[in-house]
Design a protein around this ligand. Sequence first.
Ligand SMILES: NC(=O)c1ccc[n+]([C@@H]2O[C@H](COP(=O)([O-])OP(=O)(O)OC[C@H]3O[C@@H](n4cnc5c(N)ncnc54)[C@H](O)[C@@H]3O)[C@@H](O)[C@H]2O)c1
Length: 382
Amino acid sequence: MSLLVRPQIQNNVGGVQVKKVKVGIIGCGNISSVYFEAGSKFNILEIVACADLDLARAQDKAEEFHIPKACSVEELLADPEIEIVVNLTIPSAHAEIHMRALEAGKHTYGEKPLAIELEDAQRILAFAKSKGLLVGSAPDTFLGGGIQTCRKLIDDGWIGKPIAASACMMSRGPESFHPNPDFLYQKGAGPMFDIGPYYLAAFVNLIGPVRRIAGAAQTTFHERMVTCEPNYGRKFPVETPTHISGTLEFENGAIGTITTSFDVWGTRSPNIEIHGTEGSLIVPDPNQFGGTVYLKRRDYAEFKEVPLTHGFTSNSRGLGLMDMAYAIRNGTEHRADGEFAYHVLELMHGFFISSEEGKYYETKSTCKKPEPFLLDMQKNGF
Ligand SMILES: NC(=O)c1ccc[n+]([C@@H]2O[C@H](COP(=O)([O-])OP(=O)(O)OC[C@H]3O[C@@H](n4cnc5c(N)ncnc54)[C@H](O)[C@@H]3O)[C@@H](O)[C@H]2O)c1
């Protein structure tokens, strides 16, 4: 069934409201609050339980967000009411929690990355397929108003055929604001795995899948220091590359470049630019849902700001989860799906493999470009 069928119409066919999808959240840390809020933001979702290795954390969130049950992971997975498990654990636990949720017969949606290792992600997708269950993964920022506006401009031909793209995420790293940044310098994190998914998901959504890539990666500083309180001055080791540059050849022939870095003091490079045969597009920060879009066509003297055509421009994490819930009820496909997340994960690994082997990495996976959102989805109470 086509994704272009409006979910908000399907939500109320003949005046009959579609049954809410009951959700259990595993992992009640920093990012979880915005997902708990998704329960009241998106009609189709009902968050009925939460769990964490640290039960007190789950209890605190349950109290704050009026969730009926805080419990152990085992209890949550055994709850027959729950249809989707939302996996907000740390990256090294993503694969295990996804698999346990699927083994318990639940659909599963999680924070990025889908898993750290490609083999684990393959196992998750194969098992889900064999059981007829759905897998979804952040990032879902590409479903926000900023990037959906860019997608519409590209789909409607405003820049002609995309031929080139660039992405740049460079900073001096999270130790200046994160009190415990150690995990962000371990395997499965670093600038490519932690922030790269936003940029690569935007690329694949705007241009399409990638057929081969080349990468150069270095660990510039082997030790870092926390530069914010309360741990100011504490040193810690770096266990993953912190400056990665790569090139991408898209299946449609466009060529892209990307740099992700935690090593530089400043940059003026735009987050993402897409260049086409008829014009160029400046895409807003793909780690946000809104932002400002600029377009320069061949007959414009300068870039012009384009008003955003789509909704969901503030922090709307959970949008991909909401889309998956509608897919479950309506038997449709969903956008931030496992196949898409797997392709993004393979690209991240590919830059490292190419750097180590000194040659191009040919991707083994591909995916469909997710269907764009409709213009009036938010306005109509979607
Ligand atoms: N914090 C952010 O701003 C942010 C933004 C975007 C994405 N993310 C992603 O969200 C995920 C979580 O990040 P966070 O910042 O909330 O981390 P966090 O460390 O604050 O929270 C993770 C929680 O998961 C729990 N947990 C870990 N392993 C578990 C297991 N096996 N079973 C049950 N609970 C377990 C921990 O006890 C902790 O409460 C990560 O994948 C991260 O990349 C975080």
